[in-house]
Design a protein around this ligand. Structure first.
Ligand SMILES: Nc1ncnc2c1ncn2[C@@H]1O[C@H](COP(=O)(O)OP(=O)(O)O)[C@@H](O)[C@H]1O
Ligand SMILES: [Mg+2]
Length: 317
C-alpha cells in the first residue's frame, strides 16, 4: 500500500531475517569474523551475546550460510527450552544421525563415532544453540561434556552458544565454572550508533528500491535513533509504522512528529518501571536450587533494573 507512494519495490523493514538486508557495522563484522575464525580453527566453545534485538540470530543465520557453503555439518537448536534427553534427540536429528536407541549413553556413543568419521573426512561439525540464556543448568552441563569429545589435539565438535546478556551472567555462576573456563572466544552484538542507525535505514530503503528521494527527514532519523536506542529490531518497528502512518497522512518526507506518535503508540516514550527492592532479595538456600538457576536470567535483569544508577531510561518523556 505505502510502497508506490514512497517509490519502493518492497517492504524495507520486515523483521524476517532476509540475508539480502544484512547490514554489517564494524562491530557486527568483528563478531561475525570472530565466529567464523573460532569455528574454522576448532576453538571448541564460543559465545555470542548481546541485548535482545541487536542481531544475534541474524548473525547466526549468516554464519550458517557460510558454514553450508563450506560443507560443514551443522545442528541449529533455536528452542532452548529443553531437557537433556530432548537435547540429544534434537542434536542427532539435526545432524541427521540415525540411532535406534533412546538411551543417552548409546546416543552419545553414536554421536562420538559420527563426529570421528566427519573429522577423518576433513569436515567441520558445529552445534549452535540460540536463546542459550534459557538453558537449564543440567543442559549446560551436558553441553560442556560434549566438548570432551576430542582427538588428542582437536575438538571434534564446535559449539556456539548465542544469547542475551543473561547468558553471560549465568556463566559467572560458580556451578558453571568449568564451562566458563572452556569458552575460547566471546563475540558480541551491540546497538547501532546514531550514524549507523542513519546508514542502516538508508541501506534498507535502497535495497527495497528507493531511488534517492528523501523518505525520512534527517530529524526523523534522529528521533528513530533516540527511541530505538539503536536496536535494529526497534528501528524496524518505528520505521515500518512511520511509513504506514505517513502514507495515511500523505506526508513525505516523514517528520519527527510521525515517529514520536509511533513511539508513543508502542510506549517507547515511557521510562521502564523498576522492580521494588524486596523482589530482588535472594536467600542463600534458594541460591543453590535448580529452579533458581533456571530463573536466574529473569532474577538478574530485575536486579539490574533496581540497582542505583543502572535504571534504564528510554527516549524522552
Ligand atoms: N546486522 C543486521 N542487518 C540487518 N538487519 C538486522 C541486523 N541485525 C538485526 N537486524 C534486524 O533486526 C531484527 C532483530 O534481529 P535479531 O537477529 O532477531 O536479534 P536478536 O537475535 O539479537 O534478538 C532482525 O529480524 C532484522 O530485521
Ligand atoms: Mg534472536
Amino acid at each position: 500500500m505505502y510502497k508506490s507512494f514512497f517509490g519502493l519495490k518492497e517492504n524495507p523493514f520486515n523483521v524476517n531475517p532476509d540475508p539480502r538486508y544484512l547490514f554489517l557495522t564494524k562491530e557486527t563484522e568483528e563478531a561475525l569474523s570472530g565466529l567464523m575464525y573460532g569455528v574454522q580453527n576448532r576453538k571448541g566453545f564460543i559465545t555470542l551475546t548481546g541485548e535482545v534485538g541487536t542481531g544475534k540470530t541474524t548473525l547466526i543465520n549468516r554464519l550458517l550460510d557460510w558454514l553450508h557453503q563450506r560443507r560443514a555439518r551443522t545442528a541449529f537448536l533455536f528452542n532452548s527450552r529443553m531437557n537433556t534427553n530432548q537435547m540429544f534427540d534434537f542434536i542427532l536429528a539435526e545432524f541427521g544421525i540415525s540411532c535406534d536407541s533412546q538411551t543417552k549413553s548409546q546416543q552419545l556413543m553414536r554421536l562420538n563415532q559420527w563426529l570421528l568419521e566427519r573429522y577423518r573426512a576433513g569436515e567441520t561439525t558445529v552445534l549452535i544453540v540460540d536463546e542459550a540464556q534459557n538453558l537449564t543448568y543440567p543442559v549446560l552441563e551436558e553441553i560442556r561434556l560434549l566438548t570432551n569429545l576430542e582427538t588428542c589435539t582437536e575438538k571434534l565438535l564446535q559449539i556456539v552458544l548465542s544469547g542475551q546478556q543473561e547468558l553471560e551472567e549465568k556463566l559467572m555462576l560458580p556451578q558453571l565454572r568449568q564451562l566458563r573456563q572452556r569458552i575460547m572466544l566471546r563475540c558480541k552484538t551491540t546497538p547501532l550508533t546514531k550514524e549507523q542507525t542513519h546508514d542502516y535505514i538508508a541501506e534498507r530503503l535502497r535495497i527495497a528500491g528507493a531511488c534517492g528521494e528523501l523518505i525520512f527527514s534527517p530529524k526523523a532519523v534522529e528521533t528513530i535513533h533516540l527511541y530505538s536506542l539503536g536496536i535494529p529490531r526497534v528501528v524496524n518497528l518505528l520505521c515500518e509504522h512511520s511509513l504506514i502512518n505517513a502514507y495515511a497522512e500523505q506526508q513525505r518526507p516523514i517528520s519527527p512528529k510521525i515517529v514520536e506518535e509511533v513511539a508513543h503508540e508502542f510506549q517507547l516514550d515511557e521510562v521502564e518501571p523498576t522492580a521494588p527492592a524486596e523482589s530482588t532479595r535472594i536467600q542463600a538456600d534458594v541460591y543453590n536450587s535448580d529452579a533458581f538457576i533456571q530463573n536466574l536470567g529473569e532474577a538478574l535483569s530485575r536486579f539490574r533494573m533496581s540497582s542505583p544508577g543502572t535504571t534504564p531510561t528510554r527516549g524522552r518523556k
